[in-house]
Design a protein around this ligand. Structure first.
Ligand SMILES: Cc1cc2nc3c(=O)[nH]c(=O)nc-3n(C[C@H](O)[C@H](O)[C@H](O)COP(=O)(O)OP(=O)(O)OC[C@H]3O[C@@H](n4cnc5c(N)ncnc54)[C@H](O)[C@@H]3O)c2cc1C
Length: 520
């Protein structure tokens, strides 16, 4: 996946594309994969980096959503469980099964959640993971030695999927490019092109060079997450908001707070929220919150009360109370929830996706979740075929293997997330042993990976490498800040940056990384 080659593919395109997509998160990338693999010509523009928005800031679960079952939304759970199974099958290098323990502190909670989880298992059918089962107090203490035991009665264990969200996004981008898609990061949609009231394409600008592109397409899809209303207003200045924003925050702690391979799920905290403590890449993620916010932002920041909620509840359920200096990183994401009038709490808004077609033919897709990205993509491309009159072709993503899936490495292999691409990274290390060096003693990231990210995965800034191609910024924000000069120096050689550009890139990343550090 080479950006220069893709830019020249874009500029040499003679006729209109079948489909143009705005937004390179789970929704837009999924749509690009679906369209390209059906055989349509497709272009995608992303204003920042792939998965820079909500899609790199999730809880990293591929799940049916146990709590939606409680809300009675069986069809949503059924669809998500089916998609969970397909994702485990099609991206085995990036998704795996993880046990979740629900501890019960009241005698009735075990049977209550146990019965619900049997329904959850049954809904998954043939695509189910391991069945749920009851655990005694002793079994829980043995499996989760750092769980608070006071008042502990027993519990239930069930299985869901876990993944690396931004990595899956990169592999989806590569899958789409492998099928002929033209995908460009750091390229912002500035406006729509119209003829006789119909959308016939979009105007885009390369954020790096300022170069303008007029991209013609038979159909344009707006997949911009929490920014969909801004793009809808490029089409119709009077368009009303269709999304409400809900912020979710996560803390990342070191593994000693939750050793072992089981996650903890608290279905109802005392103020009615769901709380997860999940082992992930040798760290523990604690989350999340559900806070209504007014303003969409590419870099949302945790509010003091959200941090306080997570710290207090982590302390309540874990034997060792985390202190601010134990927090390796803190990240916030915004859920684009389809708004319904007269609904006060964002926790009650639908997690279903919505497809809207405007009078001018602009297709907007939003809502849903990472787990259901494939189903959302199928739905929106079905719409695009109708609106764009580009011919109906069969969706093939049900059985489409995601880039890298040809080789599944052991989970503890440091390069496991790259799947079959790991061999290329190892070749780089063999050719030049210095590339096997880590960029920082506290991070697993090697120089060879940075080279690979820049040459083959369209990384253009230290943030692209440290936040999304690798997850260093989430593993240890402070160490990532220190590693930025080393990462930028490697990228400078690959991208021909001069000293001034390199220094500017380092400074920009370090400023951003400050927002992931909890002072105290
Ligand atoms: C806290 C939290 C936890 C979550 N946990 C889970 C989970 O565990 N499992 C799960 O299945 N789901 C989870 N989700 C939901 C899931 O992350 C989202 O549904 C999904 O990532 C949304 O993807 P998207 O592509 O619609 O939006 P985004 O990822 O935000 O992508 C939209 C993209 O559009 C780009 N864009 C905006 N304007 C323009 C423009 N003018 N030109 C070009 N590009 C533009 C943005 O830069 C952005 O990259 C979670 C969400 C949150 C907030």
């Amino acid at each position: 996946m080479n950006r220069e080659r893709l830019v020249s593919q874009l500029t040499s395109q003679s006729g209109p594309f079948d489909i143009a997509i705005i937004g390179g998160g789970a929704t837009g990338l999924g749509a690009a994969v679906d369209a390209a693999s059906r055989g349509h010509s497709v272009v995608l523009v992303e204003q920042s980096d792939f998965a820079k928005g909500t899609s790199s800031r999730s809880t990293k679960l591929v799940h049916g959503g146990v709590r939606y079952l409680k809300q009675g939304n069986v069809s949503l759970v059924l669809e998500a469980l089916r998609e969970r199974g397909l994702l485990c099958k099609n991206a085995p290098h990036l998704v795996h099964s993880l046990p979740f323990v629900i501890p019960s502190y009241h005698w009735w909670e075990g049977p209550f959640y146990g019965i619900g989880l049997k329904v959850y298992d049954a809904l998954a059918g043939q695509l189910g993971l391991e069945p749920s089962r009851y655990l005694t107090r002793e079994e829980i203490i043995q499996q989760l030695p750092t769980l608070e035991t006071e008042g502990l009665d027993g519990g239930v264990v069930y299985h869901d999927g876990q993944f690396d969200d931004a990595r899956l996004a990169i592999h989806l981008a590569r899958t789409a490019v492998n099928h002929g898609g033209v995908l460009l990061n750091h390229t912002r949609c500035r406006g729509l092109m119209k003829e006789n009231g119909h959308v016939i394409g979009l105007k885009a600008e390369c954020v790096e060079t300022g170069r303008q592109h007029e991209i013609r397409a038979r159909c344009v899809i707006n997949a911009t997450g929490v920014f969909v209303d801004d793009v809808r207003r490029m089409d119709d200045q009077k368009a009303e908001n269709i999304v409400a924003l809900s912020q979710g925050v996560h803390l990342v702690l070191s593994r000693e707070f939750l050793p072992g391979n089981q996650a903890i799920m608290i279905p109802k905290t005392d103020d009615g929220r769901v709380l997860f403590a999940v082992p992930w890449h040798g760290r523990v993620i604690i989350g999340t919150t559900d806070t209504p916010v007014e303003q969409a932002s590419v870099e949302p920041r945790a509010l003091p009360e959200e941090i306080d909620f997570l710290m207090t509840h982590a302390a309540r359920y874990l034997t060792r109370d985390p202190r601010p200096r134990d927090v390796r990183s803190i990240y916030a994401g915004l859920r684009p929830l389809v708004a319904m009038k007269n609904t006060e709490s964002t926790a009650a808004l639908s997690r279903d996706h919505t497809v809207l077609v405007s009078d001018s033919g602009l297709i907007t897709i939003t809502g849903g979740k990472w787990t259901t990205y494939r189903r959302m993509a199928e739905d929106v491309i079905d719409h695009a075929e109708m609106i764009g009159g580009i011919g109906v072709k069969r969706c093939v993503t049900h059985d489409l293997m995601i880039h890298g899936s040809a080789s599944v490495l052991p989970k503890d292999d440091p390069l496991a997330v790259y799947g079959s691409d790991a061999a290329e990274i190892r070749d780089l290390m063999r050719e030049k042993p210095a590339l096997a060096e880590k960029v920082h003693p506290k991070l697993e990231l090697t120089a060879a990976e940075v080279v690979f990210h820049t040459r083959h995965e369209m990384a253009r800034t230290p943030g692209d490498v440290l936040a999304r191609r690798s997850r260093s910024l989430l593993f240890d924000a402070q160490a990532s800040m220190s590693a930025a000069p080393c990462v930028a120096a490697i990228m400078a050689v690959e991208l021909n940056w001069d000293a001034e550009t390199t220094a500017h890139q380092v400074e920009r990343f370090q400023k951003l990384a400050c927002g992931y550090i909890l002072e105290g």
